[in-house]
Design a protein around this ligand. Structure first.
Ligand code: GDP
Ligand code: ZN
Length: 315
């Protein structure tokens, strides 16, 4: 029996890299069911599996593999299926950290988008670094916005770096952050994810632009995911078309757990399960008024609560 890491999925075939760095094309034995989650795919990239190999008949000396066991996952990220079954599609498992690539301009990344992503990553317990890309393009005003956003997110405890693929800014920082880990790269289409990956790992030659565009309109069920191995150690996962990790059903009071600074002060609210909307003596609302909690963060929080418009306007 061999142990390996799933690095690519194509239909029912899984490319599994064993401990000697050999890659076997494998499929699954029997019917795999994963506890607690209804997913459309039983195995995802990043999964560690046990498998045995079988020789192909004939002169072909090729060996393929049969997966018998999947190891317990440290974490996984999902996307809800597009159909009504509410099943989840597992994008990847065992992720060490995520990088959210953000641009101030072309395209604009809103704080709502950033906060939604950060909250979903918190829910999956995946640390996030914010990567502000295309800094070569910014004028004085955009540089000022960049500075403010960095101050905001660093204040909450998120590591931020500035990058430019054009000027090679921040690329060595990204190298050292990613080395030896399973990294996932997210962000809007067009922010430069493929460009950054190509710069980090020359030779991969990911298609610029086209990848994200085709996946945005493509059928989600046929999307194949792949992890790219980095020469300096570790892997990078490109997730075309993923906006935020799918939030599985969550109670209102739970959402505030995923906004670090909101959660921190919520223990001072008068009500134990305060949703920080209409309740009196709410410490969170107080901190927003004072300015200790950014208004943009509070608005993002309310947006996730999906409460009535009145809450959004009337705090
Ligand atoms: P993706 O959709 O996130 O993978 O984005 P791409 O890597 O396809 O990049 C989208 C566009 O932005 C391409 O035209 C890139 O050449 C451009 N781009 C990427 N990074 C930078 C950067 O740091 N500076 C500038 N000026 N353009 C960039
Ligand atoms: Zn409260």
């Amino acid at each position: 029996m061999k142990k390996g890491l799933v690095i690519k999925t194509t239909g029912n075939w899984y490319s599994v890299k064993d401990e000697n760095n050999l890659i076997f094309e494998c499929n699954i034995k029997g019917n795999f069911r994963i506890k607690d989650i209804k997913s459309t795919n039983p195995i995802a990239i990043g999964d560690y599996v046990d498998f045995y190999t079988v020789k192909q008949p004939g002169n072909d000396s090729r060996e393929t593999g049969i997966i018998t066991e999947i190891h317990e996952r440290k974490n996984y990220i999902v996307r809800r299926s597009q159909n009504l079954s509410k099943q989840a599609h597992i994008i990847a498992a065992n992720i060490d950290q995520a990088f959210l690539v953000v641009t101030i301009d072309s395209p604009v990344t809103t704080t709502t988008f950033i906060d939604r992503f950060l909250a979903s990553a918190e829910a999956y317990r995946i640390p996030v670094t914010l990567v502000f890309n295309k800094i070569d393009l910014y004028n004085a005003i955009q540089k000022d916005i960049l500075k403010k956003l960095k101050t905001l997110y660093e204040g909450i405890g998120y590591y931020c770096i500035s990058t430019s693929v054009i000027n090679n800014t921040g690329i060595t920082d990204l190298h050292s952050l990613m080395a030896g880990k399973i990294n996932v790269l997210n962000g809007h289409s067009g922010v430069g994810k493929s460009s950054l990956i190509n710069r980090l790992q020359p030779g991969l030659n990911l298609k610029i632009r086209e990848i994200s565009d085709s996946h945005n309109t493509g059928k989600h069920t046929t999307t194949n995911s792949e992890m790219y191995e980095l020469d300096f150690g570790g892997f990078i996962i490109d997730t075309p078309g993923i906006k935020a990790y799918g939030m599985l059903d969550m109670e209102a009071w739970e959402i505030s757990h995923y906004f670090r600074e909101i959660f921190k002060v919520s223990k001072n609210c008068a009500y134990k399960n305060c949703t920080h909307t209409h309740e009196p003596e709410c410490a969170v609302k107080q901190e927003v008024i004072i300015g200790n909690i950014a208004e943009s963060r509070y608005i993002s929080y309310l947006g996730l609560l999906e409460k009535d418009e009145k809450y959004r306007l009337g705090y």
